[in-house]
Design a protein around this ligand. Structure first.
Ligand SMILES: C[C@@](CO)(OP(=O)(O)O)[C@H](O)COP(=O)(O)OP(=O)(O)OC[C@H]1O[C@@H](n2ccc(N)nc2=O)[C@H](O)[C@@H]1O
Ligand SMILES: Nc1ncnc2c1ncn2[C@@H]1O[C@H](COP(=O)(O)OP(=O)(O)O)[C@@H](O)[C@H]1O
Length: 313
């Protein structure tokens, strides 16, 4: 497998131009496989992972706009599906995108004088890496806004200090993740593994069954430590997630019966991802999920995809 840090798509950008506002559309992620190993003290008690990440085309949009020196940062959140971020106790200084801004400012030796806006479309606390996507989007935006032009390996090192999923979210596509999830090897489009995944039906049209309720990632890992992986599960966290949120299991069963080639819990859940071979099957899965009330929100997307960076003068 070759290691190349692929660049996200950059629209309307010439390297000599300085931007006033940078907009990044950053996709959700799922895990096509997720093998969970032992915990490691040196990783803050996190588990060793072997995973194939896949970026899924439901995007949050993060914009970063330069503010006057000394005025500090601001954050605005928009969208109909803000989950626990809408709660009055949600601290915007702990928002993953703001933590990413702080990390970039510290590394650059600058003040974080930036206005961030996040339009959320990725379900929150859903195993779809929405917080990681927003942090990755903020890192990509600041790299452009401040004309830092740091290479992807440096951005990934910063991202790894913030969360296991974040280095992957900087580039999206398909990638092999090891360590605690932060060690990324891109899977190139024309590689044998990418072709194998495509032949197995792990690319193309995908349905996401999402829920009002959230699952806490640490709680799912703790439950996994007790119940272990289900036999034959490609996602070792699936049995733990279903034990905490049984509707996810019902959605998987219903999707497979309706003809999905694969249906599984996304990462730590509770969302369910179903890969379908064609739009007729997609409609059958949607109909069965609606009929059985198997999901609260159904999203249709493509996979794999990459982040998109746009610049406004
Ligand atoms: C499970 C996965 C699968 O991609 O993501 P989600 O499906 O939740 O998005 C990841 O492993 C989550 O990634 P992320 O949410 O970035 O993890 P972090 O912020 O680094 O860690 C949050 C918590 O998850 C647990 N954790 C995370 C990663 C890991 N390799 N082992 C762990 O045990 C730990 O309890 C840790 O305190
Ligand atoms: N920008 C953000 N978007 C989503 N969640 C965020 C963000 N910043 C902080 N969080 C918090 O991170 C937690 C996990 O959310 P998320 O990343 O969407 O889920 P998951 O880890 O299951 O993929 C939530 O409790 C949420 O409050």
């Amino acid at each position: 497998m070759m290691t190349i840090a692929t660049a996200p798509i950059v629209e309307r950008l010439h390297t000599s131009q300085l931007a006033d506002t940078v907009r990044v559309d950053c996709p959700a992620k799922t895990n096509l496989t997720l093998e969970v190993g032992p915990t490691h003290e040196e990783w803050g008690g996190r588990h060793a992972l072997d995973t194939i990440y896949c970026a899924v085309g439901v995007y949050d949009t993060v914009t970063a706009t330069a503010k006057a020196p000394g005025t500090g940062f601001s954050l605005e959140l928009e969208g109909a599906h803000l989950g626990d971020l809408a709660s009055s106790s949600s601290d915007m200084r702990r928002n993953h995108a703001v933590l990413a801004l702080f990390a970039m400012a510290q590394e650059a030796g600058r003040e974080p004088d930036v206005a961030l806006t996040i339009t959320k479309r990725i379900p929150v606390g859903a195993g779809l890496g929405g917080g990681s996507a927003d942090a990755a989007a903020a890192i990509l935006a600041i790299n452009q806004l401040w004309n830092l032009n740091w290479p992807m390996e440096r951005l990934r090192t910063i991202a790894a200090t913030l969360g296991a999923d974040m280095p992957f979210c900087l580039t999206g596509g398909l990638a092999h993740g090891t360590g605690f999830g932060e060690q990324i090897e891109d899977i190139l489009d024309d590689s044998p593994l990418a072709r194998e995944l495509q032949a197995q039906g792990f690319t193309g049209e995908v349905l996401i069954g999402a829920y009002q309720s959230q699952l806490s990632t640490p709680e799912v890992y703790h439950t996994f430590d007790v119940v272990g992986a289900g036999s034959g599960d490609r996602n070792h966290l699936q049995a733990a997630a279903i034990s905490l949120h049984p509707r996810s299991g019902q959605a998987i069963e219903a999707a497979l019966q309706a003809g999905a080639r694969h249906a599984f819990v996304s990462g730590s859940g509770p969302s369910v991802v179903a890969f379908v071979p064609d739009s007729t099957t997609a409609q059958r899965v949607i109909d069965t999920w609606v009929m059985h009330d198997a999901a609260d929100r159904i999203i249709r997307a493509q996979a794999p995809v990459t982040p998109i960076i746009g610049v406004t003068q």
